[in-house]
Design a binder for this molecule. Sequence first.
Ligand code: S3P
Length: 184
Amino acid sequence: MPSRIVLTGFMGAGKSTLGPRLAQRLGWAFIDLDDEIVRAEQQSIAQIFDSIGEARFRELEQNALAATLRQENIVLALGGGAIETAANRQRIQEDDATLLLYLAAPLEVLIERCEQQQLHQLHRKAVRRPILEKRAELTERFQRRRPLYELADWTVDTTGKTLDELVAAIVARWNNACERVTNR
Ligand code: S3P
């Protein structure tokens, strides 16, 4: 079985909220790629976008991913745009020890979730998401990324499901896959 589960999906997909819960259930560590970058740069994601721009952020993201994928028994939440970097996709897809899991939802649902998070300050990322501010480009980004997210090993539709339901469904699928491997 893989020793890493990498969560992908657009902003608001639930990567950073579901990730720690899933990791806890598996007895693994949770890592949020954005948090790794923030810690290394000593700046928020929004500050990084403002100071060095998105292109340089993507380079930092690529390096952080390469470093993080050396660890085992981790659930890793990617940022919503990490999948657009070809080198990141290649690294993940060529690695048999990494399972890529796509948390899917329609764009309207994702935007609504992000707005709710922002309104109630429900999530530390809700403080400021630079990509969410680029409203005109949002649909375009989503459509461009969707086929890349869909390259994932597993896709889970998160629409209308609670966090508990989602975690339970993923753990059940994981246990099932483990059993099939053991019985081979
Ligand atoms: C981004 C999503 C963010 C963060 C950065 C860029 C994107 O992560 O990496 O602001 O391009 O969609 P979340 O998907 O966790 O919000």
